[in-house]
Design a binder for this molecule. Structure first.
Ligand SMILES: Cc1cc2nc3c(=O)[nH]c(=O)nc-3n(C[C@H](O)[C@H](O)[C@H](O)COP(=O)(O)OP(=O)(O)OC[C@H]3O[C@@H](n4cnc5c(N)ncnc54)[C@H](O)[C@@H]3O)c2cc1C
Length: 454
């Protein structure tokens, strides 16, 4: 047990704890009008505002954010910027087999466009196309990864020796290598997009929580925006469209971060290509190196709180952070002397189909994109474009997708919701320790196309 390693870790988000954090913009004061009002200043909202100005430069765009841009999931995530729009290839293939080729293509184009935007606006967010390894840590993972390697273009299966030559963990039995994934510094990306929006003339008001939407007006405590169109980008937070509230649940994902590794420590684990890594379990870990050679380590225990409660206190869970630290040392026993400096958590918007869904209200004048689950760093840009397609009645490759037109099944109301989520999580954990065998509950959910993920 290495819990001393966590004793001095600060309860702060490493990425947000950065002197590059911009000073907040003034809150909304009084009444104003706009062509487009965007509610929410995470990636979804920022991409929507930015893409609106790129696609329709004449639009007057206002963005309202309750806290500061990037302060929620967008500023505290793992920074894995993946091409998948469907929370992984397997999920997309299972749900939309006829569209998977188009979804993969659009995902690759989306990722390339993110890289191009970062370059064009010179966003200093350590964007690197390092690729990603999905590692097998149990024999049944090998079969699953081999199956995916056979079906999917551009990925490569590594045997145990090849996987350990990339990153040296005694737990690895093999890996799937996907060279397309980029890693990014999440808060820096959000702040860069915010800066780009301001440069293009978007009016951003931070500390401006929208408390009411009436017709095409949105109001905060201190002001109102009357807009031609509204884009809702509020992710896991309660939607201003009440009918959407059963379609996602807020789930907490927790993270720990080490001190910088010395050269000796780095040499002990290899990792020269600095790929993002996740394991192939149902309850998986994800981890990566930072610019200054720390290891960010997260995942494994997605936490749901009864009644879909959101509370900053849920970002700190001693026993979960300790469990994550123990798993870290199992993966990298060579790093037994390493200490953790930061621990935090954040909330994701899980949907029963694990990827974003889209739609409109108020005769097409209000659009929403939510439900990214734990894979929204790249997919939010696609979601932003879909919202603009819908708001401005554009017929595109995106809007023709069933993936875009179909809605997920809602979660049941409480107390069934909580019981179902806990049973699902327990069953996923059991499958992980029983050679991947899915019990009757998981098989039933699979048949219905339902589930719980992060
Ligand atoms: C710990 C963690 C790790 C993750 N790791 C990854 C990863 O490695 N790769 C990946 O692809 N995804 C990851 N994700 C998911 C990813 O971060 C999200 O999918 C993505 O950031 C969603 O962006 P968003 O803009 O939709 O949501 P958010 O970033 O949550 O933004 C929503 C914003 O809306 C604001 N808001 C809400 N209600 C209102 C209101 N009424 N008025 C005004 N503003 C409002 C909020 O303050 C918030 O800033 C992770 C998430 C977490 C929490």
């Amino acid at each position: 047990m290495k819990l001393a390693a966590l004793a001095d870790a600060e309860s702060r988000v490493f990425w947000l704890d950065d002197k590059a954090a911009p000073a907040p913009t003034p809150a909304l004061l009084g009444p104003t009008t706009a062509d487009l009002a965007v509610v929410g200043g995470g990636y979804t909202g920022l991409w929507t505002a930015l893409r609106a100005k790129e696609r329709y430069p004449e639009l007057d765009v206002v963005l309202l954010e309750s806290d500061t841009c990037g302060s929620a999931a967008s500023g505290r995530n793992g920074g894995f910027c993946e091409s998948s729009l469907t929370h992984g290839y397997a999920n997309g293939l299972a749900r939309w087999p006829d569209e998977i080729a188009a979804l993969e293509r659009l995902g690759r184009e989306n990722l390339a466009a993110i890289g191009a935007t970062i370059a064009r606006f010179e966003i200093d967010c350590d964007w690197q196309r390092t690729g990603e390894l999905t590692v097998a840590t149990a024999p049944h993972h090998l079969e699953e990864l081999a199956e995916e390697a056979e079906r999917r273009d551009g990925v490569r299966l590594l045997d145990q020796a090849e996987a350990r030559a990339e990153v040296n963990s005694p737990t690895y039995l093999g890996a799937l290598s996907d060279p397309s994934t980029a890693l990014v510094e999440p808060a820096r990306l959000a702040w860069g997009l915010r800066h780009a929006c301001l440069e293009l003339g978007v009016r951003i008001h931070e500390h401006s929580r929208v408390t009411r939407m009436h017709g095409r007006s949105v109001s905060t405590e201190t002001g109102t925006v009357r807009a031609e169109r509204i884009a809702l980008a509020t992710n896991a937070f309660p939607s201003l469209l009440k009918r959407l509230r059963l379609f996602t649940v807020p789930v907490y994902d927790l993270v720990i971060l080490t001190e910088p590794l010395s050269t000796i420590q780095l040499n002990a684990i290899g990792w020269q290509h600095r790929q993002g890594i996740s394991d192939a379990s149902n309850l998986f870990h994800y981890y990566r190196l930072t610019r200054d050679d720390r290891i960010l380590w997260g995942g494994y225990t997605p936490l749901y709180h009864f009644g879909s409660r959101i509370d900053p206190r849920f970002e700190q869970r001693q026993h979960i952070h300790e469990l994550l630290a123990r798993h870290f040392f199992t993966t990298f026993p060579q790093l037994e002397d390493l200490h953790f400096t930061h621990r935090w958590g954040g909330v994701i918007d899980t949907s029963t189909r694990f990827c974003a869904f889209f739609g409109t209200a108020h005769s097409g004048k209000i659009a929403y994109a939510l439900g990214y689950t734990g894979l929204g760093v790249a997919a939010t840009r696609f979601g932003a474009d879909v919202m603009l397609d819908l708001l401005y009645a554009e017929d595109t490759d995106r809007t023709r997708l069933r993936m875009v037109r179909e809605r997920p099944t809602p979660f049941p109301p409480e107390p069934i919701r909580s019981a179902a989520i806990h049973l699902t999580r327990w069953s996923m954990s059991r499958a992980d320790t029983h050679a991947g065998k899915r019990n009757l509950w998981l098989r039933t959910l699979d048949r219905l196309g339902l589930g719980f993920d992060f």
